[in-house]
Design a protein around this ligand. Structure first.
Ligand code: PEP
Length: 247
């Protein structure tokens, strides 16, 4: 089974209008890669980025959405708004959302359904804290998260899973390739009985992916690309990751 890899960049709370030059360098540098490429900038940049990326190999997405389509939710944006701005995907359940905003698996499940309602791909994040890894519970923690946060109705077309061990995000540390393989195998074993086209669903690895380690990580069995934070901000870094995902 060969799944088309996805190189997804999460810009988090970084990026201004002046970042358009970086996006354009990514678009030009990516050309026609042998993988899918997604950049999730802050909400303020989605419209402009989507317009600039139109017709290119780069898609644009959001970093979070509210579960409702509209309403009295000051400061939130809906999946419909991301779609209206030209986005095609949205990250839900990033560990920073789970930690900073107290999001539960049930919240993330509702957000994933909101993404589908708006026609967006839901990139559903999971990942264990370091204490759970050290206690030998990482696989149980992650499969419990997935059981509760991936709604029934997920398909390979509407859902991507991103495994991001919390202790590897932004730290420069990564699990061993054996640990990544064991987790991705476990995630696939969780998906297989639940979803009829689970075999086609992509499972990304995220956590300190860089141009220097991307090829090795993407070669691990059942790793279908990466969700990349810091190294997605600069075209010179991100294009190395896109190249690794294209190989
Ligand atoms: C992320 O925030 O999704 C992430 C993986 O960050 P970094 O690549 O910087 O570790």
């Amino acid at each position: 089974m060969t799944r088309r890899k996805l190189a997804a960049g999460n810009w988090k709370m970084n990026g201004l209008e002046s970042s358009m030059a970086e996006l354009k360098a990514m678009i030009d540098g990516a050309g026609s890669p042998n993988c899918d490429v997604l950049i999730c900038p802050p909400a303020t940049l989605i419209t402009g980025f989507a317009a600039a990326a139109s017709g290119s190999a780069v898609s644009i997405g959001g970093q979070d959405c509210h579960a409702n389509a509209s309403g009295a939710h000051t400061g939130d944006i809906s999946a419909e708004m991301i779609a209206d701005a030209g986005g095609t995907a949205v990250i839900v359940g990033h560990s920073e959302r789970r930690t900073d905003h107290g999001e539960s698996d049930a919240d993330i499940n509702a957000k994933a359904q909101a993404a589908w309602r708006a026609g967006l791909i839901a990139i559903i994040c999971c990942g264990e804290p370091e204490a759970q890894r050290d206690a030998g519970n990482a696989i149980d923690v992650v499969t419990d998260q997935l059981a509760a946060s991936i709604p029934e109705g997920a398909t390979a077309a509407n859902t991507v899973v991103a495994y991001e061990p919390i202790w590897a995000i932004g730290t420069g540390r990564t699990p061993t390739n054996e640990d990544i393989a064991a987790m991705h195998d476990a995630i696939r074993a969780h998906l297989a009985p639940r979803f009829s086209d689970a075999e086609d669903m992509r499972v990304l690895y995220g956590g300190s992916v860089k141009p220097g380690n991307a090829a090795e990580i993407f070669a691990v069995s059942n790793v279908d690309g990466g969700l990349v934070g810091g190294a997605s901000l600069k075209a010179s870094d991100f294009l190395g990751i896109v190249a690794a995902a294209s190989a």
